[in-house]
Design a protein around this ligand. Structure first.
Ligand code: UT7
Length: 318
């Protein structure tokens, strides 16, 4: 038994913040942001619009595309770094907003690798027969944890959500997943704060050593490609679509170059929404699935890297 994606959906909030808008907020320029990151614009959630609201929009589209009813979902795995509240989980809040109940619903926290972790986890429930239809979501409102006076981080991120429906199938499906973490890098990319006694302890904003993250990302994204294709006895040339975490076009191009996959076979949407962390891979996947690039039988390799550090891949046959 395999698990197979039968529907995808995504959602970007209405408000767009362009590089030119940012020029009026911090000492930066459209040229710098485009040249260093490839980002042109990002979307910002409206006041009061929570991660679960973005997730709901993306999930409805994925469920519609799958041609099933929300009631048929018997598992929700939701990846987010920006949950609605400390608890309950955003997955439980989403479950309620979808008007369903009963099946397990839980959050996964692996920062920008979150969707890869969530999809790998849901695959184990579905392919083992424990659940029939899983909703797997990546959703983020990073605008809430950015220091809008810090040009080194605020230009990079945006808000958004992506979702897929995973169902049991005797045809592949998800072929493999590989997950990794190295917690010794926990200080390199972090929002190093918490709440204690009603007060914020530490910093609630993103801090990052950009260069260290950049080098680490290229290294492990390259390794993740070779790990996935080797485990499946494939060559890089067999991969029809590489969908890496959408953080920076230079990271994406360096990875593609190192593994020998031409950019024509790489889905890159970072220019339109910036780094949306756990939402970035399902957002890019939905865009390429809906515009017809991804076709039946294609080999699609999803990969992520993020704070922790965490990283990993999911290889699937469409
Ligand atoms: O999901 C994972 C999350 N994080 C990432 O993916 C980030 C990975 N890292 C990166 O994408 C890149 O390291 C950045 C885009 C963050 C930075 O690019 P870089 O080529 O590594 O630049 P840099 O940090 O070496 O900075 C170069 C210069 C510095 O000025 P000086 O010291 O050379 O005078 C920075 O102060 O650019 C300056 N700078 C900016 N200038 C204009 C930093 N941010 C900005 C900015 N606008 N927004």
């Amino acid at each position: 038994m395999y698990s197979k994606i039968i529907g995808t959906g995504s959602y970007l909030p209405e408000k767009i913040l362009t590089n030119h808008d940012l020029e009026r907020m911090v000492d930066t320029s459209d040229e710098w942001i485009r040249a260093r990151t490839g980002i042109i614009q990002r979307h910002i959630a409206a006041e009061g619009q929570m991660a679960s609201d973005l997730a709901l929009e993306a999930s409805r589209k994925a469920i519609d595309a799958a041609g099933i009813q929300a009631q048929e979902i018997d598992l929700i795995v939701l990846a987010t770094t920006t949950p609605d509240m400390i608890f309950p989980s955003t997955a439980c809040i989403l479950q309620h907003k979808l008007g369903i109940s009963g099946g397990p619903a839980f959050d996964v926290q692996a920062v920008c690798s979150g969707f890869i972790y969530a999809l790998a986890t849901a695959d184990m429930f579905v392919s083992s027969g424990k659940c029939r239809n899983a909703l797997v979501v990546g959703t983020e409102v990073y605008s809430r944890i950015l220091d809008w006076t810090d040009r080194s981080t605020c230009v990079l991120f945006g808000d958004g959500a992506g979702a897929v429906v995973l169902t049991q199938s005797n045809q592949p499906g998800i072929l493999s997943s590989h997950l990794h973490a190295n917690g010794s890098y926990n200080n390199v990319l972090a929002a190093p704060g918490n709440i204690c006694g009603g007060k914020i302890q530490g910093s609630p904003f993103i801090t990052m050593e950009g260069n260290t993250v950049f080098k680490f990302a290229v290294k492990v994204l390259e390794e993740a490609v070779f790990e996935a294709i080797t485990a499946n006895h494939l060559q890089a040339s067999d991969i029809d679509w590489l969908i890496p975490h959408q953080a920076n076009i230079r990271i994406i191009k360096s990875t593609a170059n190192k593994v020998g996959i031409p950019m024509e076979k790489v889905v890159a949407t970072v220019d339109q929404h910036g780094n949306t962390s756990a939402a970035s891979v399902p957002l890019a996947l939905d865009i390429a699935a809906r515009d017809g690039r991804i076709k039946t039988d294609h080999y699609v390799l999803l990969e992520g890297v993020g704070g922790g550090f965490t990283w990993g891949s999911v290889l699937l046959r469409w």
